[in-house]
Each structure stands twice: as structure tokens, then as C-alpha cells.
Design a protein around this ligand. Structure first.
Ligand code: 6LW
Length: 522
């Protein structure tokens, strides 16, 4: 038996969805504008998780061109039924609602390959899928109410899906608008068939501080759904701002082989009760059934710091995404943590032995293009990310550096630019789209430069050759200040700032090291 520390997936892993097939649990989370999209993690014990693949991992599966930060891939659902794995999800363009939409993919192996997406002709977000006793497939999801009684009122719909015709069929039913009168964003719905009843689990209150979980029950999949009198059955909002974990919600249920139940859900570690630079993370919560209803964290009523898993015997396996010293160190090109913006890492960079060669691109970090960028999630509040860049391949007026990124509008960076007279160091601070670029002087000529980003709670320092260059306040870069849905990423970028690109930069070494074991914000 081991006690699993929450969050089970630290760093930006929001909107978790889980299912179990035989002895394996599978889990997916949202990835927005980062690719590969929708990591599929598996575990045999709910304790150690390893990435087995990504759902969106081939060029051209979906069009991310121009999709701004915190658009892209929203809350996915993973299920197994009719002999297949199914993932339903939404591609969101916040600027252009006519693009993207809800889609469905299937795979016989959750490691992939996943099918090309089948686009679904239904508006909204947070789709989910359930199979009835006859094997019929029911899709459900959330959308803004067409006739709202209050702002941001949503409704949950359910409709049958024909796997043969690949379309929604039959009548659509609106089954839920949240448990609380006046609530915003009843969303993230999941339907379950349990002991002869239908259960609806849904988030409400919005995915921030007021997030909550409600549950309802029906005899038929199409309703009517009767809410539990205890709704919302789980939330941290009543704990106030002195709680170091806030925003718990968007839960999904799973049953273990021994009959016990668990939920995964998102929540944020916020030392000051407001700000969470690591984003929305995945937490595990024990669930009991009482009088036909699920009780989350029974007897405790809040996400536990640790969850006892009777059958877990091993710590996280190597290569897991968990805060474990064994994942510290060099992040090799084959590491599943690498992501690029709106394109796959292999579309923007070339793996060359144990380093990446990153050809310069004209795009910068400021616009929703596909820049030359490769980065990883910040998963620990206290962390040191160091990289050695070989800049001898940079052409004149080209720049390469490290960035601590929330979005196009919000990031800080330190970079090296090749000029006629040699290399120059510069810094960039972007908040709310306002940019401050500073030239910091000439550097002595060298092929390799060492740049670093260190975080200690809310305090960030960007360094060159071990010397502090720039500081940043994580409270100004987190989603509660900037808007959006993401945690911070640390990456390398290269740009010719609009000019035709000619050169490249080599990421000779990139290390990610938690600064203290456990790595938590608390
Ligand atoms: C997710 C939805 C939400 O789809 O945030 O505000 C979205 N609510 O449940 C992105 O994580």
C-alpha cells in the first residue's frame, strides 16, 4: 500500500477523464494549442502514470493554424465500448466559432493510432460518451442555453450517435442546467450506467474559484434527471481563500476491480488562494456510495493531500509525469513531455541524436502562428530549467532564447541575437500584449550559450550564464491574471522576426529539475 500524493498529474493537466479496461486505467487531459494533443496516460494502480501516446499525434488530423492561446483542444472524454476506445473532444477557436467543433476518434489500442476525427454536427464544448445495455451510443455535452435566464447559463444535451452512419440520430434531449439556480457553466457532463440507474455528473460555477461538482439520477438515459439534494456535492469554494487548493471540479468517476470508486478532477494549488502559475492540475479523490449517491472524499469533504491506494506497491515508474526525482534531468527529444505550438514537435524541429535542431522561423511568440518553439509544462512550483543552446547556426538578425510562457500576450524571455558585430543579449517582458524589449549588450563570441529559468513559488528568474537577467512575478503570468485556461510552459524559441529565416539553433542540452523533492506548492 502506498499513499499517492495529490495532484497525481502536476502542471497543466486540466479536465481529466478516466476509464478502466481490465487492469489498466486510462486518462486523458486537455492540451489547448500545444501539440501533440491529448496525452493518453495509463496506470495499473492509480499511483504511477506513464504516457502511452497522444490522441492527436499526426500532422493534419485537425487544423490549429491561427488558433489563439487557450483555444485548441478542450476537455476530452475517454471511454471503452463496443470493443474500441473512444475519445470525444472539442477543437475551439475563441476568435472564430465557425471553426473547429466537437469531434470523435476511436482506436483499438489507446496508445494509437487513433482514427481521423469525425466531426459532430452539434455546438458547444465538453462532449462525453456512454454506452447503454444494448450497446447503443449516447453522446452528451454542454452549450450556452439558447434562451438564457442569466448570463453564462448553459444546458447539457444528450442524443444517440450512430456508429455506422457516424452522425447523431434521433431526438435531442436537454437534461440539465446545473443544480443551483443562477449557476454559470453547468459543464463537463459525464453520464454513467450504475446499478440499473443513469447518473449525470457535471461541473458548475465555472472552472475557477467557484468550481463545483453536482450529480443527478434518472431511470432513462434521456432523463428526466433528478438532482441530489446535497448538490453541489463537492467544491472547495466554501473553504475560502485560505485554502491552498482551490477550484476543485470537472470530475470523472471510475471503479476499481475490487469494487471501490475514485474520481479524478481538476483543482489548482494556489499558495495565496488566488494565483496558480502551474495551472489546473489532476487530483485523485476517493468516492463512496451512500443511499444511491456518490460521496466525494467521504468524512473529509475536500481533496486529500494523499490518497491511500491499498493495491499500489510501487512509486511512479520512470518516465512518468509525476513529481519524482527519477524524471528530473535531461529531457531528451524522445521524451513525451515535449510540445510545440499548433504543430507537432517533429514538424518544427529535427531530433538529432540526443539534441534537437530547431530551424528558425519568421513567426514570433506574439502571434498565434507556428513559431520555432519547443517546450515543456512547468510541473513543480520550485524548479530549475537549464538549457545549453548552440547558436553558431543563427543567421544575422536571428534570435534564440528561453521563454516562460502563458500565451501570445503574456510571457517573459531572454534571448541571444546574432548581429553584424557578434552576439547580443536581450530580454522581453510581455504582459497583456504590451511588450518591453531590452537590449542588454554584447556577449563574447561563443558557440554555446547557457540560459535558464528558475521558479521558486511565485518568483521567477531568467538567467544567462548563471547571472540573473530578468525576474518575473508568477502572479502576473497565471491564468487568474491573464485570463485563459493554461499553466505556464518553459521552452526554447528561435525567430527571424518576420524576415526570411535562414539559420537554426541546436538545443544541445535541456534539463528540468525540481528544486526540492515533492515539488508541491504547499
Ligand atoms: C473546459 C470547460 C471549462 O472545456 O474550461 O470553463 C474548459 N470551463 O469545462 C477548458 O478547460
Amino acid at each position: 500500500m502506498i499513499a499517492v500524493a495529490n495532484p497525481i498529474l502536476p502542471g497543466c493537466h486540466p479536465d481529466p477523464s478516466i476509464c478502466r479496461v481490465g487492469e489498466w486505467y486510462y486518462l486523458v487531459t486537455s492540451t489547448f494549442e500545444y501539440l501533440p494533443g491529448l496525452p493518453v496516460l495509463r496506470s495499473r494502480d492509480l499511483a504511477g502514470w506513464e504516457t502511452v501516446g497522444h490522441v492527436i499525434d499526426r500532422p493534419g488530423m485537425l487544423d490549429f493554424e491561427g488558433i489563439g492561446s487557450s483555444g485548441g483542444l478542450y476537455a476530452p472524454t475517454i471511454r471503452h465500448g463496443r470493443g474500441l476506445f473512444w475519445v470525444v473532444c472539442t477543437l475551439v477557436d475563441r476568435e472564430d466559432p465557425t471553426r473547429g467543433g466537437n469531434f470523435l476518434v476511436t482506436a483499438s489500442d489507446p496508445a494509437g493510432p487513433w482514427s481521423d476525427p469525425v466531426m459532430l454536427d452539434v455546438a458547444g464544448i465538453d462532449p462525453s460518451i456512454v454506452f447503454d445495455d444494448e450497446g447503443r451510443v449516447w453522446l452528451h455535452g454542454t452549450r450556452l442555453a439558447p434562451d438564457p435566464e442569466w448570463h453564462d447559463q448553459t444546458e447539457v444535451w444528450v442524443q444517440e450517435y450512430s456508429p455506422d452512419r457516424r452522425v447523431l440520430v434521433g431526438e435531442e434531449h436537454v437534461i440539465w442546467r446545473g443544480a443551483v439556480h443562477g449557476t454559470v457553466w453547468a459543464e463537463g457532463p459525464h453520464l454513467y450506467r450504475i446499478d440499473g440507474s443513469w447518473y449525470l455528473l457535471a461541473a458548475e460555477g465555472g472552472t475557477e474559484f467557484h468550481h463545483a461538482v453536482s450529480v443527478a439520477r434518472a431511470d432513462e438515459v434521456t432523463g428526466p434527471y433528478l438532482g441530489n439534494r446535497a448538490n453541489p456535492v463537492f467544491t472547495h469554494r466554501h473553504l475560502g481563500r485560505t485554502s491552498d487548493v482551490i477550484g476543485a471540479g470537472h470530475a470523472d468517476l471510475v471503479q476499481a476491480p475490487d469494487g471501490s470508486w475514485f474520481a479524478v478532477m481538476l483543482a489548482m494549488r494556489a499558495d495565496d488562494g488566488h494565483h496558480y502559475p502551474l495551472g489546473r492540475e489532476t487530483f485523485l479523490c476517493p468516492v463512496a456510495w451512500e443511499d444511491g449517491w456518490p460521496v466525494f472524499a467521504p468524512g473529509e469533504g475536500r481533496l486529500p493531500d494523499t490518497v491511500a491506494i491499498p493495491w499500489a506497491t510501487e512509486e511512479a515508474p520512470a518516465g512518468s509525469w509525476q513529481p519524482d526525482d527519477r524524471v528530473a534531468g535531461v529531457v531528451e527529444p524522445a521524451d513525451p513531455r515535449w510540445t510545440a505550438l499548433r504543430a507537432l514537435p517533429a514538424e518544427v524541429a529535427v531530433a538529432d541524436g540526443d539534441s534537437w535542431r530547431l530551424p528558425v522561423r519568421a513567426g514570433t511568440l506574439h502571434e498565434p502562428s507556428t513559431p520555432a518553439f519547443l517546450g515543456v509544462r512547468q510541473q513543480h512550483a520550485d524548479v530549475d530549467v537549464r538549457c545549453v543552446l548552440d547558436v553558431h547556426g543563427l543567421a544575422e538578425r536571428e534570435r534564440a532564447g528561453v521563454v516562460l510562457r502563458q500565451s501570445e500576450r503574456d510571457h517573459v524571455a531572454v534571448a541571444v541575437t546574432r548581429t553584424q558585430d557578434g552576439l547580443r543579449l536581450s530580454s522581453e517582458r510581455c504582459f497583456g500584449g504590451d511588450r518591453e524589449h531590452r537590449d542588454l549588450g554584447a556577449l563574447s563570441e561563443a558557440n554555446e550559450v547557457e540560459l535558464a529559468v528558475s521558479g521558486r513559488g511565485y518568483d521567477y528568474v531568467l538567467r544567462h550564464a548563471g547571472a540573473d537577467v530578468l525576474t518575473a512575478d508568477g502572479r502576473e503570468l497565471d491564468a487568474s491574471s491573464t485570463g485563459g485556461f493554461l499553466g505556464l510552459w518553459v521552452g526554447v524559441y528561435a525567430t527571424s522576426v518576420g524576415a526570411p529565416p535562414r539559420g537554426d539553433v541546436r538545443i544541445a542540452r535541456f534539463t528540468y529539475a525540481p528544486a526540492r523533492s515533492g515539488g508541491g506548492a504547499r
